[in-house]
Ligand binder design. Structure first.
Ligand SMILES: [Zn+2]
Length: 349
């Protein structure tokens, strides 16, 4: 009997140990400090810090259901509550899951962000959510229509693989819409200007603002004892995403945080990084892009002429192997070249 019980206990504990979040790769980067790396389709990451006084979560993904998946996993490893949620910036793929923590710990979780992120959530995050709520039903109608007619948007016939892909997109969009219908933005209730330090048990957690970059309100979360830096989208696996960025400030903001002793980085998207090589690459790339675009402006090039010249310039193209989808990230109205060009133009180069 005792043997049976110990077998049962063993299988129970190993199933708890083996259970993994559905949407994330779960990685311990220091004792009690975890990266939840978004699987394909989920994309954005979170960090989870266990302390004797409760749990701290950094960033909350696009969908509350993804945050719930992460929360279910947190509950498998600790019975302590999530005391603090830190949003590194306002983008919906880092904030819309706040609701899941609020629902699980009513009035028990404190939401922390920079002052400017709170402003951005009010002026951009809420309108952005309303716009998605309006546009998603149109997309669903289009997808249903294409499936009913057996044709793609360009009129070409759907083969079996394309049909299955459209069906998956439709199911995913419908699931997202159901979540959005219930969703309200949870605003930070604790904001700050320069830095904030949490003392939880023997853990020190610094929340730091060094200036503009990916948005106007990006904060870093830094654990000095463990030398772990959580960057939000100030550093990601791909090129800097500049739609809402201050391209001229980004490199110097990163340089400031880069002066801290850093062993491990949890980026906003993409895998965990050991050391600071990628942070340094970002700074070099951003400074070089600024210099190259400035040269083009000084010779009077239009944006289109500058873009054509830069795509031939080996000083820029040598970065292609460092970033996936390099050309896509450079081009288009929110691409790195256009955003840097506009920034230099409006600040006078
Ligand atoms: Zn972002």
């Amino acid at each position: 009997m005792r043997g049976l019980i110990s077998v049962l206990l063993l299988s129970l504990s190993s199933s708890v140990l083996l259970a993994q979040p559905r949407y994330f790769d779960w990685k311990e980067v220091a004792p009690g400090v975890y990266a939840a790396i978004g699987k394909p389709g989920v994309l954005s990451n979170a960090a989870v810090i266990l302390t004797e006084e409760g749990v701290v979560v950094v960033d909350t993904h696009l969908r509350p259901s993804w945050a719930q998946d992460l929360l279910a996993h947190i509950r498998r490893i600790t019975d302590r509550p999530v005391r603090f949620v830190i949003n590194t910036h306002w983008h919906n793929d880092h904030t819309q899951g706040n609701r899941a923590y609020q629902a699980a710990f009513p009035r028990g979780t404190v939401f922390i962000a920079h002052h400017r992120t709170r402003e951005d959530l009010l002026s951009k995050g809420i309108p952005n959510l309303e716009q998605t709520r309006r546009m998603l039903p149109e997309r669903i109608t289009r997808l249903r229509q294409q499936l009913a007619e057996g044709k793609r948007e360009d009129g070409s016939p759907l083969d079996e693989a394309a049909r299955r892909a459209l069906e998956a997109q439709l199911a995913d969009s419908e699931a997202y819409l159901r979540e959005l219908e219930q969703l309200e933005i949870t605003l930070p209730d604790l904001t700050f200007e320069r830095s904030l330090r949490l003392w939880l048990g023997d853990r020190q957690i610094d929340v730091l603002y060094f200036g503009e970059g990916h948005t106007q309100g990006d904060v870093f979360v830094y654990l000095p004892q463990e030398q772990v830096l959580i960057t939000g989208d100030m550093l990601v696996g791909g090129l800097p995403f500049m739609r809402d960025a201050s391209p001229l400030a980004w490199a110097s903001t990163l340089e400031q945080v880069g002066r801290l002793p850093i062993r491990t980085i949890i980026p906003g998207h993409g895998d965990v990084q050991i050391g600071t090589a990628r942070l340094e690459l970002y700074v070099r790339y951003l400074r070089e892009l600024e210099q190259l675009v400035r040269e083009q402006i000084q010779r009077g090039a239009s944006l289109q002429e500058a873009t054509e010249a830069l795509l031939q310039d080996p000083r820029l193209m040598r970065y292609a192997s460092e970033f996936p989808n390099f050309r896509n990230g450079l081009l288009g109205p929110n691409g790195n070249i256009a955003k840097m060009y506009q920034a230099l133009r409006s600040h006078g180069s």
